[in-house]
Design a protein around this ligand. Structure first.
Ligand code: ADP
Length: 444
């Protein structure tokens, strides 16, 4: 190309020299020289103009446009235009790749912060901004330790060990727990990763509490049992005394048995697939629940059944029986002798409702949100004396949830409680066979 430019410039010079010579030949030599000199001056000024435009473009290539040129410049500037177009295309492709990378980083479920050698924020994704309370735009360039002031994190950052340090867990406001990890890369840059581990931490705490609770619940009867065994073995007791001790040991063994049975029921409810939607006939089920409650009451309570079911429930009969049975048994256990208990069934187009209402001891409002927690008891002594395991309502909650049902509890201390299970209409189907229904009949 340079040869072409050179040849073209020489060609132009030669042509102009020819024109000047002819002018000098036709007129005077001075006029010929004057024409030649004016041509050279015009060429000089034109080149200076193009050079000035190019200098301007070089200084601000993004805002200034490349000049168009004529003559020798045409070829040079056409080449430059081609280069500029190529550079713009490459720049656009790069910006596109960068935007895609950023979108990918934004889509990450974890927070990502890029830190420079001085732990200043270069960039962060939205998740990191939410986790760490940063503003992705205004906080760029700020030292991260000025913005995330948790002392444990600041110490972790300052340690700056050579390799990749293990993550730390910090509580960053609003009861949220985050795992933070610094990963060095490139020269002295670092990635700060953040992950919300609140739920995992909660589950871990629940698991620890659960193991501690189970151990405690089983240890008490086991200690009593071991004590009796030792007494019977070591002491010479009369046969009646031995029989008394054996009866007490049996009671402790039964208590452990009940806890283990309930734990197995709970674990089965948690781990088995959702119950099949089999049609469960309601009236016979409710009658069985009432009979069991009557047996437990031993005639100490008025137990009513008020039910005119027009639907069947869709679900697993054994789970529904366990949920309804636990609620009715609780009513018996927490209602003093002479009290009233009503088992009520209502259904309609909006679904169905099973209710157990008692005139028992009632529950203070502050306990209501925790009733379905495993081993949560309002009155530990009463629960134990009536054979409770502290797992009944946890079983009820799980069994109902598996049937898309909700447990509502209303209670007034000293007056009584109402436990209701509400089933959505999708869990009901028209009763397979018409049932007579039972209305407000005292069953005791
Ligand atoms: P428990 O085996 O101790 O009865 P549950 O899980 O069935 O365990 O119930 C949890 C707690 O809720 C009970 O210890 C008791 O304090 C309270 N409770 C449950 N049902 C009733 C009720 N009908 N009336 C009063 N308190 C109740």
């Amino acid at each position: 190309m340079s040869d072409g430019v050179y040849g073209r410039a020489l060609g132009l010079l030669a042509a102009w020299a020819g024109v000047s010579f002819l002018t000098g030949f036709v007129t005077t030599a001075a006029a010929g020289w004057a024409v030649f000199a004016s041509g050279l001056l015009a060429a000089f000024l034109y080149n200076a103009h193009i050079l000035a435009r190019m200098a301007r473009w070089l200084a601000r290539p993004l805002t200034e446009s490349l000049p168009e040129g004529r003559g020798s410049w045409e070829q040079v500037l056409a080449g430059l235009h081609r280069h500029e177009r190529e550079a713009t295309r490459r720049q656009e492709a790069l910006a596109d790749a960068l935007a895609r990378l950023r979108l990918a980083a934004e889509a990450l479920p974890d927070g990502v912060v890029i830190l420079d050698a001085d732990n200043r924020i270069e960039w962060c994704n939205d998740t990191a901004a939410a986790h760490l309370g940063l503003d992705a735009k205004t906080d760029a360039g700020q030292p991260i330790a000025n913005l995330v002031r948790d002392p444990q994190f600041v110490a972790y950052l300052a340690e700056a060990p050579g390799g990749t340090p293990a993550p730390i867990q910090v509580e960053l406001g609003k009861d949220r727990v985050h795992a933070l990890q610094v990963i060095p890369y490139a020269q002295a840059q670092k990635l700060l990763l953040s992950r919300d581990v609140t739920q995992a931490e909660r589950l871990e705490t629940m698991r620890r509490d659960f193991v501690a609770n189970v151990s405690h619940e089983l240890r008490t009867p086991l200690t009593v049992l071991a004590g009796f065994l030792e007494t019977v073995r070591e002491l010479k007791l009369d046969p009646q005394r031995v029989r008394d001790y054996l009866a007490m040991m049996q009671e402790q063994a039964r208590r452990m048995q009940r806890i283990i049975d309930d734990l197995l029921t709970l674990s089965q409810l948690e781990s088995s697939p959702p119950p099949a939607a089999e049609s469960v006939r309601i009236l016979p089920l409710l009658q069985r629940v009432r009979e069991d409650a009557r047996a437990l009451s031993g005639g100490r309570h008025d137990i009513l059944l008020d039910a005119h079911p027009e639907v069947d429930l869709l679900g697993a009969e054994s789970e529904l029986a366990s949920a309804f049975g636990n609620l009715a048994n609780n009513a018996v256990r927490y209602t003093p002798t002479g009290g009233k208990i009503a088992i009520v069934w209502r259904d309609g187009p909006d679904g169905a409702k099973f209710t157990v209402e008692d005139s028992g001891v009632g529950i203070a409002a502050e306990h209501l949100p925790r009733l379905t927690e495993r081993f949560y008891r309002v009155d530990r002594g009463r629960s134990r004396d009536t054979g409770g395991t502290g797992l009944g309502l946890a079983i009820v909650k799980h069994a109902l949830a598996r049937h898309d049902a909700r447990l509502d509890v209303e209670s007034t201390p000293g007056k009584g409680s109402r436990f209701s299970a509400r089933f959505p209409s999708k869990r009901t189907s028209p009763a397979a066979s018409a049932s007579a229904g039972v209305g407000s009949q005292p069953a005791a």
